[in-house]
Structures are given as structure tokens and as C-alpha cells.
Design a protein. Structure first.
Length: 107
């Protein structure tokens, strides 16, 4: 599957130092190979999956949405919404998703 980085995800990677960038890249590859590796969220974050990984004794979370199962193979793209430490992660993710849906952009 092909990754599609949303703005908050890309900005975090751009600002991160190189070893963390490589760790995030490895985590993205794991998620692309097996999208069910994360945990499916419910409520406000329905349809969003979160994968957790550790780097330098710090836990990081990656929020993503895999494609629906009924799409043809060439359209299998995973949207990566956000990456970061646990502090304010879910609040910022909810805020971003609300902004995205109010703009009328596809999820």
C-alpha cells in the first residue's frame, strides 16, 4: 500500500531529527505492510487507527486511516494524519479532523 501524508504528519517529520525520522519511516512501512497492526479507535475518532512505537524510551503514536476493503488494488492508499508523543495527541487529532471535515475535503 502507498502512504499519503497529511499536513500535520508531514510537518512533524520535517521538524524531527534524522534518527526519529528514520524510526517513523520504519513504523510507516510496518503499517503499510499490515494495516491491522494498530488499534481501531471509537467515538469521535471512529475509523481512525493508532499505531504505537517506542524511540529513545519515548512512546510515539501514529494516526492513520486504511482504505476500505472494497477498493481496487491500485487505489490502496493509507492516509497518515498525525504522529507525535501522547501529550495532547488525541485532542490535536480531533481538532484536525474537524477542520478537515468542515472544509469539505474528503476524509
Amino acid at each position: 500500500m502507498k502512504p499519503n501524508y497529511k499536513r500535520p504528519f508531514a510537518q512533524y517529520i520535517k521538524k524531527a531529527h534524522k534518527p526519529l525520522q528514520l524510526a517513523i519511516e520504519d513504523a510507516v512501512e510496518l503499517v503499510c505492510d499490515s494495516p491491522e497492526i494498530g488499534e481501531l479507535k471509537v467515538g469521535d475518532l471512529a475509523e481512525i487507527w493508532v499505531y504505537k512505537f517506542r524511540f529513545n524510551r519515548q512512546e510515539y503514536l501514529i494516526a492513520y486511516r486504511p482504505p476500505s476493503k472494497d477498493l481496487p488494488l491500485e487505489f490502496l492508499v493509507i492516509d497518515f494524519y498525525q504522529v507525535g508523543s501522547h501529550e495532547n495527541f488525541y485532542d490535536e487529532l480531533k481538532h484536525y479532523l474537524q477542520q478537515e471535515s468542515s472544509k469539505g475535503e474528503p476524509k
